[in-house]
Design a protein around this ligand. Structure first.
Ligand SMILES: Nc1ncnc2c1ncn2[C@@H]1O[C@H](COP(=O)(O)OP(=O)(O)OP(=O)(O)O)[C@@H](O)[C@H]1O
Ligand SMILES: [Mg+2]
Length: 366
């Protein structure tokens, strides 16, 4: 996968290791000779630091410390959704229009907080990075959205928002302009607008109208590019990777992602079950470990050995439970490739840690 894919998208529910996986896959591909960029979203602070992502400037920067002897390199960037949105505005309107829109309070709140904006902007950025032709491989981290719907539907949802009836009504004054609009709208809507004006205040309404009018002129462009990115995602050379923790809830969510990607015709590389616990001394079962601990405890002997046996039993039990959960997933999705990645003892915050995760992802662990 790392030798031929052009785009890899890591998705999954919150906190399961999407950013870590994206960075590990990107680093590994770079050290195997490819020119790679990883687009991260809200990386944990220490990881961001070791990737050199100290300034949120929305441009890829080369990561230092990467072994480039095979001819590859790694660039990393952190998505700044507001900045990405601003850049689109600047690119697609006249300077005066852009200035008015950027200052508009509705624009400011949409660009920094509208649910779905982050997913949409991640896709927008992916489209830009791809169009630049600079990289062989783009690895995309995704926001911790509850469902894949949020992620895949982002362009559609922005469209729904802009197509919204209320907004269209509010837009009418700006469109019709001045006095003409009373005639165009008719009495009913005129009254409606007057009430809204009273409630919201004239300035607010003017802002909103201006905002929607401005967005609408750019909207054709937005939608066309979103469609283009959607096609890019479904095209050969793109793979989705679903990341999950070995926990019931995360695996349920992962099942949903897998089904959803399938339904949308998105190419799925497989599931990564991250932070698995493997029991080293598998010959020593939970029962025998616990029995041994009991025996030692009964005799009041070797308290340290008894504690070790107990810890081992706990770990073995955890490993068994995780394995059962994973097996349940496999029987529900027999055709989905699955890779297990062991839980490292600390968090993953530097290139060495990422390399270790990368080896596990490639099946070189253990
Ligand atoms: N295999 C692993 N072993 C040990 N720690 C890990 C492993 N994978 C991830 N972590 C740690 O778990 C934490 C969460 O990982 P990460 O930030 O990659 O998750 P995420 O899915 O991107 O989270 P979010 O949904 O908040 O964006 C981080 O501190 C990371 O270092
Ligand atoms: Mg993350």
């Amino acid at each position: 996968m790392l030798d031929s894919e052009r785009i890899i998208v890591c998705c999954g529910s919150g906190g399961v290791g999407k950013t870590t996986t994206a960075a590990a896959l990107a680093l590994r591909a770079a050290e195997r000779g490819r020119r790679v960029v990883v687009l991260t979203i809200d990386p944990a602070r220490r990881l961001a630091q070791s990737l050199g992502l100290t300034a949120l400037d929305n441009t890829p920067r080369e990561v230092s410390g990467v072994d480039g002897s095979a001819g590859g390199r790694l660039d990393a960037m952190m998505l700044d959704m507001k900045r990405t949105f601003d850049e689109i505005v600047l690119e697609h309107s006249t300077p005066e229009r852009a200035e008015a829109l950027l200052a508009n309070p509705f624009y400011q709140s949409l660009s920094s907080s509208f649910a779905g904006t982050q997913e949409y902007m991640a896709m927008e950025k992916l489209g830009q990075l791809d169009a630049s032709g600079v990289w062989d491989l783009i690895v995309v981290d995704t926001p911790p959205t509850r469902s894949a719907l949020d992620f895949l539907d982002a362009p559609g949802r922005l469209g729904d928002f802009l197509d919204g009836r209320l907004l269209r009504v509010l837009l009418a004054p700006a469109k019709a302009g001045g006095r003409a609009y009373a005639k165009v709208l008719g009495a009913g809507l005129g009254m409606f607008t007057r009430v809204i004006t009273k409630v919201l205040g004239a300035q607010l309404l003017a802002d909103l109208s201006q905002f929607v009018a401005a967005l609408e002129t750019m909207f054709g462009g937005f939608r066309a590019r979103a469609d283009q990115t959607f096609r890019l995602l479904a095209a050969p050379g793109t793979s989705f990777v679903v990341v999950a923790a070995p926990e019931a809830a995360a695996l349920r969510e992962a099942s949903y992602f897998v089904d959803r990607l399938d339904a949308d015709g998105m190419p799925l590389a497989g599931l990564i079950v991250n932070r698995m616990h493997f029991s080293e001394a598998s010959a020593l079962t939970v029962e025998r470990g616990l029995a041994g601990a009991e025996t030692l405890a009964e005799h009041g002997e070797h308290p340290l050995a008894a504690a070790v046996l107990r810890i081992h039993a706990d770990r073995a039990r955890l490993a068994e439970r995780e394995t059962r959960l994973r097996e349940r997933f496999t029987s529900a999705h027999p055709d989905t490739a699955l890779v297990e990645v062991e839980a490292l003892s600390g968090d993953v915050h530097d290139l060495a840690g990422l390399r270790e995760i990368g080896r596990a992802l490639a099946g070189e662990q253990q």
